[in-house]
Design a protein around this ligand. Structure first.
Ligand SMILES: [Zn+2]
Length: 335
């Protein structure tokens, strides 16, 4: 089985099909249940929320490269921001190996500009570029990266992160898995009173990150499906501005031009370049050729399995529930 077919079967067949009560029994054949990717009963469908229930909360969208968050979590970021989160976009590398530019310096600058535009498209007010060298994050000190993230989490009082899954399988890019692993450890360590105590001397307070949305390009333990039907066009916006690297950007216009040179056209791409770019992102990158272009199943097909128009999948980690208060209330007696 090809690697991408395996991913598709494990992501859609394993994590989602096993969990979905609405999935026809015939679809739940043994071949589509390859691994224990999902714990029964843990799946949550996160739907749009009215008003601004997250007002006052802070979101950090953390990506190694300028196209990661737009491709894999752009709909969820836009949804959470529209529901009240304020947020920042943290980019870990300088993207020097990816995309257009006559020199390395030009590539770095082009990607930095794209990344700023991504933040704007998603409503993330601040951008932090850590600028580690692209494709080389496994050669960097994880202690240093962790320390920088802990400082940021405490400074901004970050409540929630969205990032690659530190436990996602078969991730081949060292920038992805190093970022994910360091974010995971920084989230809880930022709440410690004994780590990086000089931060406390400078006036910062210990502050653990309590909610995490993790996405992956390979099999992962999926326990949350986010309905992004209301934010799919914002996701398209965020991918549209990523013109230097990645499968989105201006590739719709390029495809339209190539087809025209062969005396063909795809009606779905419309009659002008801008329509072609946006339609290509929405219907080709995020749907028809999602596996080929992003390495993950279609957002539309994922949504369909849950009765949604468009969806993104995550492993979500929230605050641990405690039963102690209830236990005390029920069982404590006067001295
Ligand atoms: Zn990446």
């Amino acid at each position: 089985m090809k690697r991408r077919e395996f991913f598709e079967k494990t992501l859609l067949g394993g994590a989602v099909v096993r969990a979905g009560s609405s999935i026809p029994a015939a679809a739940q054949d043994a071949d589509s249940r390859p691994a224990e990717m999902f714990r029964e009963g843990e799946r949550v469908i996160e739907r749009p929320m009215a008003g601004r229930p997250h007002a006052g909360k802070v979101l950090a969208a953390i990506q190694p490269h300028s196209d990661d968050i737009p491709l894999f979590a752009g709909g969820t970021v836009a949804k959470l921001v529209s529901e009240g989160y304020s947020g920042c976009l943290v980019r870990m590398t300088n993207d020097e190996k990816a995309g257009r530019g006559a020199t390395t310096g030009e590539v770095v600058l082009n990607n930095e500009r794209d990344n700023d535009a991504v933040a704007k498209a998603l409503g993330l007010a601040r951008v932090f570029n850590f600028n580690y060298r692209n494709h080389r994050m496994d050669n960097e000190s994880r202690q240093e990266i962790r320390g920088r993230l802990i400082h940021l989490f405490r400074l901004l009082q970050v409540d929630t992160v969205i990032c690659y899954d530190p436990w996602g399988h078969y991730e081949e890019n060292p920038d992805h898995y190093v970022t994910a692993q360091v974010v995971e450890s920084a989230c809880w360590m930022a709440g410690s009173t004994r780590d990086y105590v000089e931060h406390l001397e400078a006036g910062l307070k210990p502050h653990a990150v309590r909610e995490k949305y993790y996405f992956a390009r390979g099999p992962q333990l999926v326990n949350r499906i986010v309905d992004i039907s209301g934010s799919i066009d914002r996701k398209v916006d965020a991918n549209r501005v990523n013109v230097t690297q990645g499968p989105a950007g201006e590739n719709g216009a390029r495809l339209r031009e190539r087809l025209a040179s062969q005396k063909q056209r795809l009606p779905i791409l419309g009659n002008d370049d801008e329509t072609a770019n946006r339609q290509y992102i929405k219907h080709i990158v995020l749907d028809v050729d999602s596996i080929g272009l992003r390495g993950v199943p279609s957002d539309r097909e994922l949504g369909q399995r849950y009765g949604l128009e468009w969806a993104e999948a995550f492993h979500y980690v929230g605050p641990a529930a405690t039963r102690l208060d209830q236990f005390i209330a029920k069982n404590a007696v006067p001295l």
